[in-house]
Design a protein around this ligand. Structure first.
Ligand SMILES: *[C@@H]1O[C@H](CO)[C@@H](O)[C@H](O)[C@H]1NC(C)=O
Ligand SMILES: *[C@@H]1O[C@H](CO)[C@@H](O)[C@H](O)[C@H]1NC(C)=O
Ligand SMILES: *[C@@H]1O[C@H](CO)[C@@H](O)[C@H](O)[C@H]1NC(C)=O
Ligand SMILES: *[C@@H]1O[C@H](CO)[C@@H](O)[C@H](O)[C@H]1NC(C)=O
Ligand SMILES: *[C@@H]1O[C@H](CO)[C@@H](O)[C@H](O)[C@H]1NC(C)=O
Ligand SMILES: *[C@@H]1O[C@H](CO)[C@@H](O)[C@H](O)[C@H]1NC(C)=O
Ligand SMILES: *[C@@H]1O[C@H](CO)[C@@H](O)[C@H](O)[C@H]1NC(C)=O
Ligand SMILES: CC(=O)N[C@H]1CO[C@H](CO)[C@@H](O)[C@@H]1O
Length: 580
């Protein structure tokens, strides 16, 4: 005989009130965050495997909230945000200033909410590949050779060399990355095949349900890889789309293919960004840019190329002799900072010193960016999770050969006329060596975008999204934003700003931030595609070149309210910069 079933108390309460249990709001228990007292933190429990949600396995997603500042009666609900990666912590993003910055931009009407996406940060289960942080560190150290190889390929303009020198270097590199991929596959975290975009989109629904109630709409500002989550969401849940901003667009169609197919879409404006750097530096002259010699920007770009060439033969040692800036480190330095224009005064100063034989300034910026003290016996932190997440969002690429990978990297750098690509030999190599297994719930990728099904569904509801991008973004090119706009012809608007920088917040523009603000507050979009000017000065007297986070200078006479919007844009950017 079956024993009487025991129902959870929440169910009994719901039935007493005659609310169907599916519509009862899961309660979030908010408490002040330990990282930042201006934020509240809570944890949401969701199914681990959305293909089998009732199998009892659960994932927990940490949330953080910067509460709306207007009176309760005026509040507009929640605005979710994701800083990209894949794998960046949304909690850190809010804690480092994005909460306050995004709240200022949106007038305090929204609760600004972010989360650690499944598999990363404090989400559980963590997508770990080893037991300890020590093993994780050894693995990450073994892949530092990528930029060195990328430069050699670029310099010699060939992959196959008579002595077989490159094949040897690249095969050794690939073997070390293959070991990491094999470790991740063997460790087989329960998050390994349950952390792709389809799962994150479903978590976003669960978060909105818990925050604003079932059937509430998603309001969202997604940056960089966060636009992949946005694209998956609008295709899967068009009926839940509220006000959604795509900022710094990854092409979801390319992302659904192999990483080999994706990469050529991602780095189309690197040469333009270098051109911007050289032009702005020479425009500012020696007083505003340490690297300017009063010449023209062509000359400056050439000087940088020959500086790199000289490092190939002669790395420059830091003054205590403990290590040297190699050609690979130089490439890493250049492509890391090229997408962050407000850091350029400090970058120019480091380059100027290096040109004069002093490696210490660049050395400090490089170690400052990577220095961490690791407790080798502590648990794995999941710092490598971005790779498997990227691979499982992409199509399987186990059939790709290493020579195809090498030739693609070479071709990209020759097309962009520079070795300073985030060319990403390492991700290519990782995904090539990663199993072809994919999560049970498949991503739409771009299927419902390219056949205009999502556009029809959004248009039927009079819902429209906003797509924003910088014209010379070297990481997420404006062409990807244009593609997304083409797939949402009557349910999106595209608004850009001039200049370099990854995502629109990397250089403040009053015109652009006002478009975003008006859209998020009133739902209004410009009638036509717009291009806005940048209002933040990159190089100039009064901008410190001793720090990568100088006090900002804006070019114009602004009211206090306008200045607050520009400063808030920079605050969000600094939060972005502070993520690992
Ligand atoms: C690559 O180029 C450098 C500089 O031109 C040269 O010294 C080296 O021999 C070349 N390597 C190969 C394998 O051709
Ligand atoms: C990995 O774990 C899953 C369960 O989470 C299991 O179904 C699968 O067989 C495992 N794969 C390997 C290669 O061990
Ligand atoms: C939610 O939406 C569904 C489908 O559109 C509808 O059937 C249901 O009544 C809605 N529930 C509430 C509480 O609005
Ligand atoms: C830029 O300067 C170089 C010398 O460094 C000169 O050869 C070249 O003609 C100049 N280009 C322009 C467009 O002025
Ligand atoms: C390092 O991590 C281990 C395992 O978590 C822990 O027991 C130990 O206290 C940690 N050591 C330090 C110095 O934090
Ligand atoms: C569609 O939404 C816009 C912006 O909110 C609004 O101005 C317009 O009146 C709406 N149209 C319909 C048919 O609901
Ligand atoms: C700011 O206002 C002053 C005085 O009206 C004017 O001279 C100056 O050109 C303005 N600056 C800018 C950047 O518009
Ligand atoms: C999981 C998987 O399919 N791995 C294969 C990838 O390709 C190599 C050889 O190219 C095989 O050895 C792996 O088994």
């Amino acid at each position: 005989m079956a024993s009487p079933r025991r129902w959870p108390a929440a169910f009994l309460l719901a039935s007493a009130l005659q609310i169907p249990p599916a519509l009862a709001k899961p309660t979030l228990h908010w408490t002040p965050c330990s990282s930042n007292a201006d934020l509240d933190c809570a944890t949401l429990t969701v199914p681990l495997e959305y293909a089998d949600p009732s199998n009892g396995q659960r994932a927990t997603i940490p949330l953080a909230r910067y509460a709306a500042t207007v009176p309760v009666s005026q509040r507009k609900g929640s605005l979710l945000t994701n800083p990209g990666g894949p794998g960046s912590s949304g909690i850190d993003f809010l804690a480092n200033g994005a909460g306050e910055g995004l709240s200022t931009i949106t007038g305090g009407y929204y609760d600004i909410v972010s989360w650690d996406p499944r598999g990363v940060g404090d989400a559980k289960p963590l997508l770990a590949c080893w037991d300890t942080a020590g093993e994780e560190m050894v693995a990450s150290d073994s892949v530092s050779a990528a930029a060195e190889i990328e430069y050699s390929l670029f310099r010699n303009k060939t992959y196959t060399s008579p002595g077989g020198e490159y094949e040897k270097a690249i095969n050794e590199f690939d073997a070390s990355v293959a070991e990491i991929a094999a470790d991740c596959a063997e460790y087989n975290s329960s998050a390994l095949y349950t952390s792709s975009a389809a799962y994150v989109a479903r978590d976003m629904v669960a978060i909105v349900d818990a925050l604003d109630g079932k059937n509430a709409s998603l309001n969202y500002w997604g940056f960089s890889y966060g636009t992949i989550y946005g694209a998956e969401f609008v295709q899967t849940f068009p009926e839940r789309v509220g006000r959604v901003v795509f900022d710094g667009v990854f092409n979801p169609q390319a992302n659904a293919e192999t990483y080999m197919s994706q990469l050529p879409n991602d780095e189309l404006y690197v040469a333009d960004a270098i051109g911007d750097f050289a032009r702005l530096c020479e425009q500012a002259g020696p007083e505003g840019c340490a690297l300017s010699d009063g010449g023209n920007s062509t000359g400056l770009a050439k000087r940088l190329a020959s500086l790199q060439a000289s490092l190939y033969d002669n790395p420059i040692s830091v003054s205590d002799g403990s290590w040297s800036i190699t050609v690979g480190m130089f490439s890493f330095f250049m492509y890391s900072f090229l997408k962050l224009p407000t850091t350029w005064p400090a970058v120019a100063s480091a380059l100027r010193a290096l040109e004069q034989g002093d490696a210490d300034v660049m050395g400090e910026l490089l170690t400052g960016a990577t220095e961490t003290s690791v407790n080798v016996s502590a648990p794995d932190t999941g710092s490598m999770a971005g790779w498997p997440i990227q691979c499982t969002d992409n199509a399987p690429s186990n059939g790709t050969s290493i020579s195809e990978v090498a030739e693609l990297v070479l071709e990209l750098s020759l097309t962009e006329r520079t070795p300073w690509l985030n060319a990403d030999l390492s991700t290519l190599s990782f995904c090539r060596n990663f199993p072809n297994t994919r999560p049970r719930v498949r991503n739409f990728g771009a299927k419902r975008l390219t056949n205009l099904q999502t556009n029809a569904a959004l248009t039927a509801r009079n819902a429209s999204v906003l797509i924003v991008n910088a014209l010379h973004d070297p990481t997420t090119p404006v062409t990807s934003a244009q593609s997304l706009h083409r797939w949402l012809p009557t349910s999106s608007q595209l608004v850009t700003r001039k200049g370099p920088g990854h995502t629109t917040i990397s250089l403040a523009s009053l015109g652009l931030v006002n478009v975003i603000r008006e859209y998020l507050l009133d739902g209004t979009l410009p009638e036509t595609v717009q291009v806005h000017d940048v209002d933040q000065v990159v190089f100039g007297q009064g901008i410190s070149d001793e720090t990568i986070t100088p006090d900002p200078v804006f070019n114009g006479n602004f009211t206090d309210g306008e200045r607050a919007l520009l400063e808030a844009t920079y605050a969000v950017f600094l939060a972005f910069l502070s993520l690992p």
